[in-house]
Design a protein around this ligand. Structure first.
Ligand code: ADP
Length: 597
């Protein structure tokens, strides 16, 4: 199982790798989007510039066409031809010529209209001085002389630029003069000035002849491209030639340029770069969050698994330890059980011993109990023999009946003795209290009589009560208690022993009282202790009451001793009440059956 630190290290490496891949991808995507945005924006810019170029080409061509046709038309008019006729003094029609020139110029919106003699002398012109426009004049006259349309671009130092068209004037087959129309580009340039794009015209030498930016006029295009003016048209740090859209005007040998404005290209590139970067960053962040969540989930799962394994191990160890403890406990239980078994056996033996001791105590009285009827039987049988000799049969039968009664009494005593001396069983069940007390007294009475105690009473409450117990053991209890009372009452004149019982709910309370000296109050708590005796050597061994206590507790009852206020001891036994065993005498009530267990 990997540790948390190892997993985190692994994820850190993975994150770094992913970051490198992401950075490369981001660079590629940004570059690609910038490039495609540039191309798109550039082609759009170019398309718009191309449209402007077409329109402006048309406009310029239209303007020039209009003025191109004007000189040939004028030169063919008779009124114009008539202007070149000198009078006798050699003066031309200068005033008329000026008027016509002016009206033509104003009607055609030309910059100027001029009439020249073949030698270059000015007949008249419409506007201002022609000194500055004289450039190219010989050529214009020369071409007109040849019968062709003369043309020349004219520029002066004041920055005035015009284009001149010339046509020769013939009169009666003779070349008499030239008509020159100067084109005014003011309107064209003014219209161009409204456009945001740079629009200009270069001649074949590369000089900017017309331009919507005054600063560009009459400068060389090559120089302009070098200057800061062209900064606006730099793409990727250099002048983008594609931005310079050119269309030739073959008639004039001019080129019309429209410079496309690359600003949208830069803006498109910038926004493409920003969007791509933002999207990349966002994707990176999402990936990072997802990765982080994933990492946390994996770490949590592994930590949980580790905890579960640890717990499993702990549980396994504990279970092993517990099963070992359990094993040793069950061994201990077994040892205890055996010890208890031994104890119980010993106790039983002790009970038996105590019982035999009680029997021993009673033996003298009991043997006397047998001797008395035996002596009576002898005398009855002797008398019967004598009555038989005399033939007094009724007397014989009376004696025999008495003998029979005495034998019956002896047989009952013998039966009770036999069952009392047998080993008791361990089971507990309903037993008749009255019968058990009667049997105990049958054994104890002879000894009582021997001790001069004749008043042993059994209360009326006893008969009919059933308690939970064992017949022989309960009999032993009463034999012991009565024997102890006899010991205490020995030699006392009005000695009485009384046994009574009453039912209290589900309990039966039995009292055994005497009117003897009672128990020394200091010794009251000790009387149930084993080997506690106040009797002399050979008279008592002090186990009687301890066995009584054990027997009663085995039945789920209690025994207490107290002194009566009027004198004498009072033993109170509390037993569980039972209902009469309607099925008849069972194991617990049958002396023979209990003894057999
Ligand atoms: P043991 O009879 O051998 O002495 P027990 O356990 O039967 O042993 O009795 C313990 C002691 O309790 C007796 O020695 C006696 O002092 C006292 N005792 C028992 N029953 C009576 C009684 N009815 N009156 C006075 N003392 C008694």
């Amino acid at each position: 199982m990997q540790s948390r630190a190892a997993i985190e290290r692994q994820f850190r490496r993975f994150r770094f790798g992913l970051f490198v891949v992401w950075a490369i991808l981001l660079a590629i995507i940004v570059a690609w989007s910038v490039r495609s945005a540039r191309e798109r924006a550039l082609s759009e810019v170019m398309q718009k510039a191309g449209e402007t170029l077409s329109v402006q080409t048309e406009i310029l061509s239209g303007v020039l066409d209009k003025y191109r046709l004007l000189p040939p038309l004028l030169s063919r008019q008779s009124s114009i031809r008539a202007l070149f006729v000198r009078d006798a003094e050699g003066n031309a029609q200068a005033l008329d010529a000026r008027r016509i020139a002016e009206s033509t110029a104003s009607m055609s919106a030309a910059m100027d209209v001029a009439f020249f003699f073949p030698d270059g002398e000015l007949l008249a012109n419409a506007r201002g001085s022609l000194v500055d426009r004289a450039e190219g004049l010989p050529e214009l006259i020369e071409v007109a002389l040849q019968g062709r349309l003369g043309r020349a671009a004219v520029a002066n130092r004041q920055g005035e630029r015009t284009y001149a068209f010339s046509s020769g004037v013939h009169r009666e087959g003779k070349f008499v003069g030239v008509v020159i129309v100067y084109v005014d580009f003011y309107r064209v340039e003014a219209a161009w000035a409204l456009s945001a794009r740079r629009i200009f015209v270069t001649d074949k030498t590369g000089t900017v002849f017309l331009a919507n930016d005054a600063a560009w006029r009459l400068k060389n295009i090559a120089d302009l491209r070098e200057t800061a003016e062209s900064d606006r048209y730099l793409i990727d740090g250099r002048f983008e030639r594609r931005l310079d859209l050119v269309r030739g005007l073959p008639l004039l040998e001019w080129d019309l340029h429209v410079l496309a404005d690359p600003a949208p290209v830069a803006a498109a590139r910038l926004s493409a770069a920003s969007i791509a970067t933002l999207v990349g960053l966002l994707a990176g962040m999402i990936a990072l969050v997802v990765l982080r969540r994933n990492e946390e989930a994996i770490i949590k799962a592994r930590t949980d698994r580790a905890t579960a394994l640890r717990l499993e191990r702990v549980v396994r160890d504990r279970t092993r330890a517990l099963s070992i403890t359990n094993q040793s406990l069950s061994q201990e239980v077994e040892v205890r059980r055996e010890a208890e078994e031994r104890l119980r056996k010993t106790q039983n033996e002790l009970v038996q011993t105590a019982k035999l001791a009680a029997l021993g105590q009673m033996s003298t009285a009991l043997s006397h109990e047998y001797n008395q009827p035996l002596a009576a039987i002898r005398s009855y049988s002797d008398n019967a023999l004598r009555f038989l000799d005399k033939g007094a049969l009724s007397e014989v039968s009376g004696n025999l009946a008495r003998i029979n009664g005495l034998v019956e009494r002896m047989a009952e005593l013998s039966r009770t003795l036999l069952s009392f001396s047998r080993k008791p069983g361990a089971s507990v069940g309903p037993v008749p209290l009255g019968t058990i007390i009667d049997e105990a007294l049958l054994l104890a009475r002879p000894r009582a009589r021997a001790a001069g105690i004749t008043d042993i009473r059994v209360g009326d409450g006893v008969s009919g009560l059933f308690v939970l117990g064992g017949r022989i053991r309960l009999g032993q209890v009463f034999v012991n208690l009565v024997n102890n009372a006899i010991d205490a009452l020995s030699g006392q004149a009005d000695a009485t022993v009384e046994i009574d019982a009453r039912r209290q709910g589900d309990r039966v309370v039995v009292t055994v009282i005497d009117n003897g000296p009672g128990v020394d109050p200091a010794q009251l708590p000790k009387v149930f202790e084993p080997f506690f005796t106040t009797k002399g050597v050979g008279e008592g061994i002090g186990i009687g009451l301890s066995i009584v206590d054990n027997i009663i507790r085995d039945f789920g009852g209690t025994i207490m001793v107290d002194n009566r206020p009027e004198g004498g001891a009072c033993f109170t036994i509390n037993l569980r009440a039972a209902e009469a065993d309607v099925a008849g005498r069972n194991d617990h009530t049958a002396p023979a059956a209990e003894a057999a267990i």
